[in-house]
Design a protein around this ligand. Structure first.
Ligand code: ACO
Length: 401
């Protein structure tokens, strides 16, 4: 690898790299990916082991501080987060101002931006106490905001967080509990959601994380940076793909078109149609997260006693695609988004909440990467070059009549 910034300054030469396919913008010690071998590790630990054995908050600590927490550290972290789950009552009045048709991702990013207004005197990116406090605030409050975005979209009353419950159980209750009724957390659902959140916690310099780091490089606070990351995640080529996959499966089922015919349309790039949930910039082998999600999909649906034809359709699509030269030559495999939607649907989340769930999962990674950038003395304001292709210099002629 070459550090090109000095070279550029000294020679005036620059590189043109659409989509940053071959450009590292930073060094990072958080997450390792080997896309050819299908390997993903957080701070050196294989994703498979973390998904099997740890919890969302344990992994969040690992990403933030570089080592696994001790039992005491995790207990105190959990306790601190439980104490910060409440939203200011005034912020709750933000939600009714938006139409009930508002997409929960837009509600989420706007509310996170709005959240910063309550902590303007405690948001200095270079004050470690502020950074710690806002890390905890964000981890505690994002799930509550997410659940309120959900409740708003279905027209139900907001519940207060139940801080006697674990992080994930509290989130499930906020989403599916109803005022004046007892809510029993289903342990299968709870464990499955925890696993999915862990699988999403970080993924090195993807589009939303790069956005968080870029915005952070301007000196913007954590709330502004994370809000920008949520907006980047919303796009269908990134986190929005989990919603797009389910819509694609639903359209295939409803149209009566055969899976084979749909795949032909993808290969012919008819109307730009893509196989959503397939392909990845880095993985040129099976995405290790997708492997785990696929296993989970079967287990969860069986445990919840649900049979969903869309899962069968997804498997059929995968089977056909993996045997087809178009996908083989381009090394296109299912990514993390291909099977998650089927599980979220079985849990009872509406399709428009899927990317919001991704955002909750990704939050610890965004925070960890933002902190890494802030603490790296080599971080500079992100400011790509361009190759100018516009008009040459010319004189202003005045408006023509
Ligand atoms: N369906 C059909 N063809 C595809 C797909 C797909 N899902 N993905 C890539 N291709 C094709 C491209 O058309 C291109 O073909 P060509 O060489 O004939 O022009 C070739 O494979 C290479 O693809 P690129 O677009 O250059 O790959 P890139 O790395 O830029 O894009 C991306 C990666 C955006 C993920 C892409 O694979 C895609 O759009 N997938 C569908 C959306 C999706 O699932 N996104 C989620 C990604 S995971 C995440 O963000 C959490």
């Amino acid at each position: 690898s070459v550090d090109i910034s000095t070279f550029t300054r000294q020679t005036g030469h620059t590189t043109l790299d659409y989509g940053f396919v071959n450009t590292s913008a930073t060094k990072s010690a958080v997450t390792f990916i080997d896309g050819d071998k299908g390997i993903l590790r957080y701070r050196g630990y294989p994703i498979e082991q973390l998904a099997q054995n740890s919890s969302y908050l344990e992994v969040a600590w690992l990403l933030l501080y570089g080592e696994l927490p001790t039992v005491d550290e995790l207990g105190q972290f959990d306790e601190r987060i439980r104490r910060h789950t409440l939203l200011h009552e005034d912020l709750k009045r933000f939600f009714p101002a938006l139409p009930h048709t508002a997409h929960p991702m837009s509600v989420l990013s706007s509310a996170v931006s709005a959240l910063s207004t309550y902590y303007e005197n405690q948001s200095d990116p270079h004050n470690p106490e502020h950074v710690e406090l806002n890390t905890v605030r964000m981890l505690a409050k994002l799930p509550v905001i997410a659940a309120y975005a959900h409740k708003k979209s279905v027209g139900q009353a907001f519940l207060y967080p139940d801080n006697s419950l674990s992080f994930v159980d509290n989130f499930l209750k906020l989403n599916f509990g109803v005022l004046s009724e007892v809510y029993e957390v289903n342990p299968v659902m709870s464990r499955a959601l925890e696993r999915l959140l862990i699988l999403h916690e970080d993924h090195e310099q993807n589009a939303s994380t790069s956005t968080v780091r870029l915005v952070g490089s301007t000196g913007a606070n954590q709330f502004s940076s994370i809000s920008a990351g949520i907006n980047a995640l919303y796009g269908p080529l990134h986190g929005g793909a989990n919603e797009a996959v389910l819509e694609m499966l639903g359209r295939i089922r409803d149209s009566g078109e055969s899976v084979q015919r749909f795949v032909e349309r993808v290969k012919n790039k008819e109307d730009g149609v893509k196989l959503m949930g397939f392909g990845h910039r880095v993985y040129k082998n099976y995405d290790p997260r997708a492997k785990l999600v696929k296993e989970s999909a079967d287990e969860v649906l069986e445990a919840l006693g649900i049979s969903d034809p869309l899962l069968d359709l997804a498997k059929e699509l995968e089977q056909i695609a993996l045997e087809d030269d178009y996908f083989k030559e381009r090394r296109l495999y299912p990514n993390v988004d291909f099977y998650t939607g089927v599980i979220y649907k079985a849990m009872g989340f509406p399709t428009r909440m899927f990317t919001v769930l991704f955002a909750i999962g990704r939050l610890p990674g965004w925070l960890a990467q933002w902190r890494e950038a802030i603490n790296d003395p080599q971080t500079k304001i992100g400011r790509p070059q361009q190759l100018y292709t516009g008009a040459p210099a010319r004189d202003y002629p005045g408006l023509s009549s």
